[in-house]
Design a protein around this ligand. Structure first.
Ligand code: SF4
Ligand code: SF4
Length: 228
């Protein structure tokens, strides 16, 4: 099967399984000087494609926050679960074509497992950066991926593969969403003071709030208030 045919088969299968958006990034993007995180090449040295899969999260999960944190957290985990199932099917499909594939976690931690480094809270790679590079969105002040159709109300996962998939054209979107400079709502609402007007995010403050104050439930206020 050619590169184009395999790419199309993957996209058709993913969309048939109800992902809302899909993109493919060339992992060379992680060599860009602006990228400061861990690289997927450390996980899969011969990675040739980063396949990003995403679903929109129902708006009804955000409306009741902060009271509805249990429902919000459960809805996020449901989105994670469905992405995990879809990604697994696609990884199996890719391997049937003679390549290797592995799935990047959606969450930094989940049900007691730590997928990200406990100290730095850094994951093995930024799915959001790959998604930006693939043209799926850009970053908000809340450091979340802002997509065209769902704003920051999304869940994403990624597949690393040595399959040479057809990557998207270079992105045209600015790195930071242009609406942020006249908004700043996420900075004002954050109960942990984790989002700074200068563009910094203090992940440890967000994590401490969710794990120590909320007992592991997700907060989501910076997503709820986002007008995008
Ligand atoms: S999830 Fe809550 S604590 Fe974390 S950055 Fe957003 S508003 Fe702040
Ligand atoms: S709430 Fe406003 S400032 Fe924050 S990410 Fe959304 S648009 Fe940007």
């Amino acid at each position: 099967m050619t590169e184009i045919m395999l790419t199309q088969k993957i996209k058709d299968t993913a969309l048939g399984m109800n992902v809302d958006f899909i993109g493919i990034a060339d992992p060379v993007c992680f060599q860009n000087p602006e990228y400061m995180g861990n690289k997927p090449q450390d996980v899969m040295p011969d990675v040739r494609s980063v396949l990003i899969l995403g679903v929109g999260v129902p708006r009804g999960a955000f409306d009741p926050l902060p009271e509805g944190r249990a429902e919000y957290t459960n809805t996020l985990m449901a989105a994670t679960a469905i992405l995990r199932i879809i990604a697994f099917q696609l990884a199996k499909m890719i391997e049937k074509e003679g390549y290797r594939a592995t799935i990047v976690p959606t969450e930094g931690s989940e049900f007691g497992y730590w997928y990200a480094d406990r100290e730095t809270l850094k994951a093995n790679m930024s799915i959001k950066y790959a998604a930006h590079y693939a043209g799926l969105g850009n970053f908000g002040m809340n450091h979340l991926l802002i997509t065209k159709d769902f704003g920051p109300r999304v869940r994403v996962t990624a597949i690393l593969t040595d399959a040479p998939l057809e990557t998207e054209e270079n992105i045209k979107l600015p790195f930071i969403n242009e609406k942020c400079s006249s908004c700043m709502k996420c900075i004002e609402v954050c109960p942990a003071g984790a989002i700074s007007p200068d563009g910094e995010i203090y992940r440890e403050k967000c994590a401490q709030y969710m794990f120590n104050v909320l007992g592991g439930l997700r907060c989501g206020l910076c997503v709820k208030v986002c007008p995008m």
